[in-house]
Design a protein around this ligand. Structure first.
Ligand SMILES: *[C@@H]1O[C@H](CO)[C@@H](O)[C@H](O)[C@H]1NC(C)=O
Ligand SMILES: *[C@@H]1O[C@H](CO)[C@@H](O)[C@H](O)[C@H]1NC(C)=O
Ligand SMILES: *[C@@H]1O[C@H](CO)[C@@H](O)[C@H](O)[C@H]1NC(C)=O
Ligand SMILES: *[C@@H]1O[C@H](CO)[C@@H](O)[C@H](O)[C@H]1NC(C)=O
Ligand SMILES: *[C@@H]1O[C@H](CO)[C@@H](O)[C@H](O)[C@H]1NC(C)=O
Ligand SMILES: *[C@@H]1O[C@H](CO)[C@@H](O)[C@H](O)[C@H]1NC(C)=O
Ligand SMILES: *[C@@H]1O[C@H](CO)[C@@H](O)[C@H](O)[C@H]1NC(C)=O
Ligand SMILES: *[C@@H]1O[C@H](CO)[C@@H](O)[C@H](O)[C@H]1NC(C)=O
Ligand SMILES: *[C@@H]1O[C@H](CO)[C@@H](O)[C@H](O)[C@H]1NC(C)=O
Length: 455
């Protein structure tokens, strides 16, 4: 009955609105020296959970949350959120006493694209490949489906030797008025400062902060997770940019809408090599030109990257790994990588399997002098593994490495079956049963902690 009453009230209000809308233009308000449009916020006082809103020519007070609430939070559009409000990013942030506080949790239903080491890529749907072109690429974009959306992430790959590449600066397009570049310094540390529309902003070490420039606030939250910088975009794209490793998480709600070298996101790796035109190409662990011919970014700094006919891939029209050694050397690397990885993650065969092939590939590159190789093999392996994740080496002993402190996120890898070390198609499954595309969001109570989800 109450519900019926409410419905009547809503209908009546709509009729009134429709009638008024025809006869009177919306009235704006004067607030100080400024004019505020009808329905817009003139001022927010988040500490008191209060905002001043223009309503039909009058500025009125509007409260948020429970009565007498204090410590509300603002987003980049100056929308006010009550205490305990949990923003549904892949790394959720909660409004706590006036500040956004990121959780130490990653929604397991989000797709995760990883790029690490000498350009090993795992797509959002779990297909793994290596790519050593040196242009600027579209990692993810919403534009292929919704051409009005400019939300995208781009990365420039740079050479570290004749063949190997690592990612360099990353550009985060949140909306047409918010373009953020993140970079690393000469020591490979992530810069404290981000570049927002050409201006610089320092991201404080604690808490999540709305990104701002001289033009005002932008709808992006930035925070640090140890030595990694995290950006949460308003389309719910999450970027984590680390010294030699980066992740992009995409929520299930965007399943079907995201394309790029991180793959066509739909919890099915089969169509991950989808071109911007929609054409599906065959999957390749060492693609010839999928990233190059289909996902070069619009802006390039290096001349050959502006020529669509030139491929910067070392494969240059042939498939297969051009850098992998054969025979004895390869067996040595397999053994050495297996040994180090097992000691790094003794209880975690999945982690060992996940990193074995990349480790062997990177040692092959290094041993061919693509990368400077000035330490012993076992020490070098640790250098390589450090690039994959934050691993702290305590000391070297008789050329045997005594590690180790690991990044806890390493244990949340989503491989479900051991991967062969051979370079066959390395597809991993990514929770298709638990996280079907398009199903309604789960209630927060069903979420598991990272510790639970990794077991
Ligand atoms: C809100 O605060 C006022 C003034 O401090 C107090 O009188 C009132 O009881 C409070 N209301 C609630 C519901 O706590
Ligand atoms: C909330 O923040 C205010 C100022 O930022 C601080 O004075 C107060 O102690 C904080 N309260 C809690 C419970 O942390
Ligand atoms: C955007 O998409 C619409 C409908 O799909 C199409 O008509 C239009 O030409 C597209 N615009 C551009 C610039 O591609
Ligand atoms: C290797 O190191 C030398 C000297 O430190 C340097 O000149 C050279 O450019 C480096 N090569 C690569 C591929 O980094
Ligand atoms: C950084 O962003 C600006 C836009 O503000 C862009 O013009 C510039 O090319 C970017 N720089 C790099 C190194 O990506
Ligand atoms: C993935 O997509 C392919 C091609 O569209 C389809 O044949 C296959 O059944 C799909 N797999 C799953 C698990 O849905
Ligand atoms: C990469 O491309 C994007 C989009 O075109 C651009 O914003 C960014 O500045 C480019 N980065 C570099 C290093 O050229
Ligand atoms: C790629 O192959 C073409 C012809 O097969 C050759 O002219 C060109 O130099 C090659 N490019 C590279 C980077 O090896
Ligand atoms: C790596 O992890 C350790 C231990 O968790 C932490 O103290 C350190 O700040 C992290 N970053 C680097 C660059 O070692």
């Amino acid at each position: 009955m109450q519900c019926g009453m409410k419905m009547l009230w809503v209908l009546a209000a709509l009729v009134v609105l429709a009638e008024c809308g025809q006869n009177y233009p919306q009235k704006s308000c004067m607030f100080g020296k400024a004019t505020v449009a009808d329905g817009e916020v003139a001022m927010s006082v988040p500490e008191k959970c209060m905002s001043l809103v223009c309503q039909a020519g009058t500025v009125v007070e509007k409260m948020t949350g429970e009565i007498n609430d204090t410590g509300c939070c603002l987003d980049g559009d100056n929308i006010i959120y009550p205490p305990s409000f949990r923003a549904p990013h892949c790394i959720p942030v909660t409004c706590t006493n006036g500040s956004w506080v990121p959780e130490n949790f990653i929604d397991p239903c989000c797709g995760r694209c990883e790029i690490y080491g000498y350009s090993h890529i795992t797509t959002l749907d779990g297909f793994r490949y290596d790519w050593h072109g040196f242009c600027n690429y579209t990692l993810v974009t919403l534009a292929a489906v919704d051409n009005t959306s400019s939300a995208a992430v781009f990365a420039e790959m740079t050479r570290v030797g004749p063949r190997a590449t690592v990612f360099g600066s990353v550009t985060f397009h949140n909306d047409p008025h918010t373009i953020i570049n993140v970079t690393r310094d000469a020591d490979n540390k992530v810069s404290e400062q981000i570049d927002i529309n050409g201006e610089s902003m320092t991201v404080p070490r604690t808490g999540a902060h709305v990104v701002y420039s001289s033009a005002g606030r932008h709808n992006v939250l930035a925070f640090w997770q140890k030595d990694c910088l995290v950006l949460l975009g308003h389309t719910l794209i999450t970027l984590r940019y680390c010294p030699s490793h980066m992740d992009i998480w995409i929520p299930r709600e965007l399943s079907g809408d995201v394309d790029g070298i991180c793959g066509h996101f739909n919890y099915n790796a089969t169509d991950d090599f989808t071109a911007a035109t929609g054409k599906i190409l065959p999957l390749e662990p060492f693609p010839v030109n999928f990233p190059e011919m289909h996902w070069r970014a619009p802006d390039q700094r290096i001349a050959p990257c502006n020529d669509p006919m030139i491929t910067t891939s070392i494969c240059n029209g042939t498939t297969g790994d051009k850098c992998l050694l054969s025979g004895e050397a390869l067996q040595d690397f397999q053994r050495a990588c297996m040994d180090s990885l097992t000691r790094l993650s003794p209880q975690q065969p999945r982690v060992v399997d996940y990193y074995l092939a990349p480790c062997v590939a990177d040692l092959s590159l290094a041993s061919q002098r693509d990368v400077n190789f000035t330490v012993s093999l076992s020490a070098f392996i640790v250098e390589v593994l450090k690039m994959y994740r934050n691993i702290t080496v305590q000391h070297y002993e008789d050329h045997r490495v005594t590690p180790v402190l690991m990044d806890p996120s390493m244990s949340s890898l989503r491989t479900t079956s051991p991967l062969p070390a051979s370079r066959s198609l390395r597809t991993t499954t990514t929770l298709p049963q638990r996280c079907p595309p398009g199903s309604p969001p789960r209630s927060p109570s069903k979420r598991t902690s990272p510790a639970q989800s990794s077991s």
